[in-house]
Design a binder for this molecule. Structure first.
Ligand SMILES: Nc1ncnc2c1ncn2[C@@H]1O[C@H](COP(=O)(O)OP(=O)(O)OP(=O)(O)O)[C@@H](O)[C@H]1O
Ligand SMILES: [Mg+2]
Length: 367
């Protein structure tokens, strides 16, 4: 899959942008605060309809305006689609080929994007909700059924929490029926998360080794539900546990167990990387994760995702930089941002389209 053209209107520091992208490699050069991250973020926002930087939608609109429009022409082997996202004070609308799409789940599988940003290190350091969010977003891009199950699950958990918050005596039968519904969805969600993590683990250590020459990296899913290969056994265990938690949940007035409370860790030689990893190691672990995802996305959807690499080559030593280069290949449309073109290998520079950016204006460089 490639983005042929991108259009932005009143987005962040962009007034009006129309950009034709190279289907292979694009390098965006600019000083600090000129709009490099904003451009990559805009592509992510077009894909997921939300910022990865945990920014409220209204802050995506250029200051002083009341709406923002993002558009991309996305081409893959079977189709050509114009994706459009309109953000205004009233909310968000998504359109495919100028037809409004009412269900978000029908929209977000159309542009598959993997983004690496320096901010991603938060995923290792911060609390579990950041990592759950990552899992949910990534698996949603791969499976329509996952996003639908997740939406249904969240709706049920909210309903249950509202009921638990009501004062007065609780109806155990009602809660038990609710738990049965929650249980089926929960097990499905966990099953898909485990499959995704297993897939990542097939690649992540080799990639990490190729970049850093050290081994021992994997992801470990941490669940409050007993994990077992037998789905029915898992379901029964969880149902029993849920029902044994009824009094506790009534006491706490909230739902206490389920995939909305799960987590995963980056394990490095059986230690939690968040406690021991150096800054460079964390960066490389995230990079290895993202590059593993490129492989998984291409395998599952039979098409390569778009790879966005924000400031990837700064803060890495020369050896690691060179090791990374082979992961930037012609099959995957890639956009790299940098403050300094000299940080980027000459062979890459030779084959890329180069854009310079100043204050939200891009110009293509002729070399
Ligand atoms: N909603 C907005 N309206 C107008 N300008 C905005 C908005 N949000 C962010 N900006 C501006 O965008 C600029 C930052 O752009 P961006 O983060 O893309 O920079 P960058 O080129 O990636 O810089 P760096 O090299 O420091 O990472 C800042 O000047 C910021 O004030
Ligand atoms: Mg930036």
């Amino acid at each position: 899959m490639v983005i042929d053209k991108i259009k932005l209107r009143n987005y962040r520091n962009y007034d009006k942008l129309e950009l034709s992208l190279n289907h292979k490699l694009n390098i965006i050069i600019g000083d600090n605060a000129q709009g490099k991250t904003n451009l990559l973020e805009s592509i992510y926002v077009l894909s997921i309809t939300k910022s990865y930087l945990h920014i409220a939608d209204k802050n995506l609109i250029k200051l002083g305006n009341n709406f923002s429009v993002l558009e991309a022409l996305v081409i893959n082997s079977t189709s050509k689609k114009n994706l459009k996202l309109i953000i205004s004070n009233k909310g968000k609308n998504v359109l495919i080929n100028d037809k409004e799409v009412s269900k978000l789940s029908d929209y977000i599988t159309n542009l598959k994007v993997i983004i690496f940003s320096p901010d991603n290190i938060r995923m290792i350091k911060d609390g579990p909700s950041v990592r759950r969010k990552f899992l949910n977003i990534e698996i949603s891009q791969l499976s329509l059924k996952y996003i639908r199950s997740l939406m249904d699950y969240n709706k049920l958990i909210n309903q249950k929490n509202e009921y638990l918050k009501l004062s007065g005596k609780k109806n155990y039968d009602y809660l038990s029926i609710m738990n049965d519904k929650i249980c089926d969805l929960a097990i499905y969600i966990i099953k898909l998360r485990l499959e995704f993590i297993n897939e990542i683990n097939e690649y992540i250590d080799d990639i990490f080794f190729e970049i850093t020459s050290s081994r021992g990296l994997c992801l470990k899913y941490i669940s409050n539900i007993l994990i077992d290969e037998d789905v029915n056994l898992m379901k029964n265990n969880f149902k029993n546990k849920l029902n044994s938690y009824l009094d506790k949940e009534i006491n706490y007035k909230m739902s206490l167990i389920g995939p909305h409370r799960d987590d995963f860790i980056f394990s490095f030689n059986d230690k939690n990387l968040s406690l021991y990893g150096s800054q460079g190691q964390l960066r490389c672990a995230i990079l290895a994760l993202k590059l593993a995802e490129v492989k998984i996305f291409s395998k599952v959807s039979n098409d390569y995702p778009i790879l966005l690499l924000d400031d990837i080559f700064s803060e890495l030593d020369i050896g690691k930089k060179n090791n990374l280069i082979k992961y930037i290949n012609d099959n995957v449309q890639t956009i790299i941002t940098t403050t300094d073109i000299n940080l980027i290998d000459n062979e890459l520079v030779k084959k890329a389209s180069i854009f310079t950016i100043k204050d939200g204006n891009l110009e293509k460089e002729v070399r």
